[in-house]
Design a protein around this ligand. Structure first.
Ligand code: 4AD
Ligand code: MG
Length: 507
């Protein structure tokens, strides 16, 4: 049996066998330094000529990135290393050599499309490793939360005969000669199972055929949908809040190394440990337009400050590039030159990002200032709105005409429905959408017709209002949206092992 990098603290001073891949290699005359990865972590391994056989040292000289090997060595404490240890190697055996591995250690030097094409290899990089480990922790946290709070996992079907979230975003398939759709949401079935089991949750893939190539849309993503009998909207919001806190806190507790690898500012995540503001839609609109301030913060003023900061950032970074270029020209050693060249590449990337911000911010401000009461928030509106809050914010009581047919009307105001969106801070936007469900048979039938949905396909759903209809509520969490926020990454394509999105089916 071999050992794993994440367990090495238990083996300090002892001999271990590690099996993994070369993440990076540096070759000295008498020493070879390997950074080994085994899926559980990364560790520096030192192969000294006088500590291993001649044959082993010769074999080690031919190692390159992503060669696979077995190493035997002593675990030595070294505070400078990730994880606090390194391995003094005594023997090694190569499983498979690797030549011309296409991805550089600094993946920022590649374009997004190149990395996406190489997703099957890209997953081996440190950053992707960290993201996937956080994703796994989130999944564990979700099951833990529900399983220890009296919920039963009830899976909804993937082949469905009806739409849940609007008919324009459906992938149609052939189900033994009949049209069927890949599920957009497990909710309608979760309503049926909630009335059978009390409190349930689904955890499954969902599909949306939107042709939108944005950082926050996938065609296939994983959704978690709890549904609870005898819950009203307030109870639903309490659950969303407790659930979100549980996930974030568990990740902070158990995935510190991964969050550090991603450069995540953990203090910002810790902001979940306060009451989440709950804002009615109509109030949110006023905040967005800058008509109402929150804790002395004005949404529009913050954007204007961002413009000034971006301008200043570009100036500073341009000056730094000039300085580094001068250093390179002055004829420094190869190592120093390389170091400066790498820094310049990163700086250019940061400038490009700031320039994009400068192009976008004025549009965002215009959109926010002129936002029309009754319409849906766009991506930028969500970003602008959430900037005045530190914690995730819940926007509730939405205009009926921009929300789904199944949402319950607000008492005495049929133009509004009891829906709620959870918006994450720092521009991450909507991560949860939920609502109290319409329980009245006649209103529900009217809504199905108003939304132009085929009544036959919904007969079974309407039945739920015929036999012991009760108030009930639920919500849907987009797993990848949660991963994106917790890891602080720009694009959903990095939040799932093999993303499926508009224009991307391979690998
Ligand atoms: O807001 P949505 O459309 O709500 C529903 O589907 C409800 N039936 C949920 C319920 O009440 N049971 O989607 C829920 C969440 C969104 O908040 C978002 O996090 C995620 O699913 N989501 C997407 N994630 C990635 N790519 C997409 N195209 C997504 N569309 C929605
Ligand atoms: Mg939504």
């Amino acid at each position: 049996m071999h050992q794993f990098i994440e367990d090495l603290a238990q083996h300090e001073g002892k001999e271990v066998t590690l099996k993994g891949w070369v993440y990076n290699a540096r070759f000295g005359k008498a020493n070879i330094f390997l950074e080994l990865r085994d899926g559980t972590g990364f560790i520096q391994c030192v192969i000294s000529q006088d500590m291993v056989s001649e044959e082993a040292f010769e074999a080690a000289k031919k190692l390159a990135r992503e060669a696979a090997l077995k190493l035997v060595g002593i675990v030595v404490k070294d505070e400078r290393q990730m994880g606090g240890f390194e391995i003094q190697v005594s023997a090694l055996e190569v499983y498979g050599y690797s030549k011309d591995y296409p991805i550089k250690v600094n993946e920022n030097e590649h374009g997004a499309r190149f990395l996406a094409d190489k997703r099957h290899l890209w997953l081996r990089s440190k950053r992707q490793w960290a993201i996937m480990r956080v994703r796994n922790e989130i999944i564990m946290a979700i099951h833990e939360f529900f399983q220890t709070n009296g919920f039963v996992q009830m899976d909804s079907p993937i082949f469905t005969g009806n739409a849940c979230e609007g008919t324009t975003e459906l992938f149609e398939t052939d189900f033994f000669g009949d049209p069927a759709y890949l599920s957009q949401s497990g909710q309608l079935y979760a309503e049926a199972t909630a009335l059978a089991m009390g409190r349930v949750y689904t955890f499954g893939p969902t599909f949306r055929a939107e042709k939108s190539d944005t950082p926050r849309h996938l065609s296939e993503f994983w959704m978690i949908e709890p549904e609870m009998a005898f819950f009203d909207l307030d109870m639903d919001m309490d659950l969303i809040e407790n659930f979100t806190k549980h996930i974030v806190n568990r990740v902070i507790k158990n995935k510190r190394v991964e969050l550090d690898t991603l450069g995540r500012d953990i203090s910002k995540l810790e902001n979940v440990n306060q009451k989440f503001p709950r804002v009615p839609y109509s109030e949110a609109v006023k905040i967005l337009r800058g008509e109402v301030e929150v804790n002395g913060k004005n949404a529009i003023a913050i954007q204007e400050q961002d413009i000034e900061d971006a301008k200043k950032g570009i100036e500073e970074k341009t000056a730094e590039i000039a300085e580094r270029e001068a250093t390179i020209k002055s004829g420094v050693k190869k190592g120093v030159r390389k170091f400066n060249e790498a820094k310049i590449i990163v700086l250019r990337g940061e400038i490009a990002e700031l320039e994009e911000k400068l192009r976008n911010l004025p549009k965002w401000i215009t959109s926010a200032k002129n936002f029309e009461m009754g319409s849906d928030f766009g991506n930028s509106d969500e970003t602008v709105l959430t900037r005045v809050f530190d914690a995730p914010v819940m926007v509730y009581n939405w205009p009926a005409k921009i929300k789904s047919f199944y949402m319950k009307e607000v008492d005495g105001n049929p133009d509004l429905v009891k829906g709620v969106d959870l918006l994450a801070p720092d521009g991450f936007g909507e991560i949860v959408g939920g609502s109290e469900r319409e329980t009245d048979l006649d209103i529900l039938v009217r809504k199905i017709k108003e939304h132009d949905l085929p009544m036959e396909a919904f007969e079974w759903y309407v039945d739920l209002r015929r036999f012991g209809s009760v108030p009930h509520s639920g919500f849907g969490l987009g797993l990848e949206r949660m991963v994106r926020w917790i890891c602080d990454i720009h694009h959903l394509r990095e939040t799932i092992p093999f993303p499926r999105r508009y224009g991307r089916l391979l690998p």
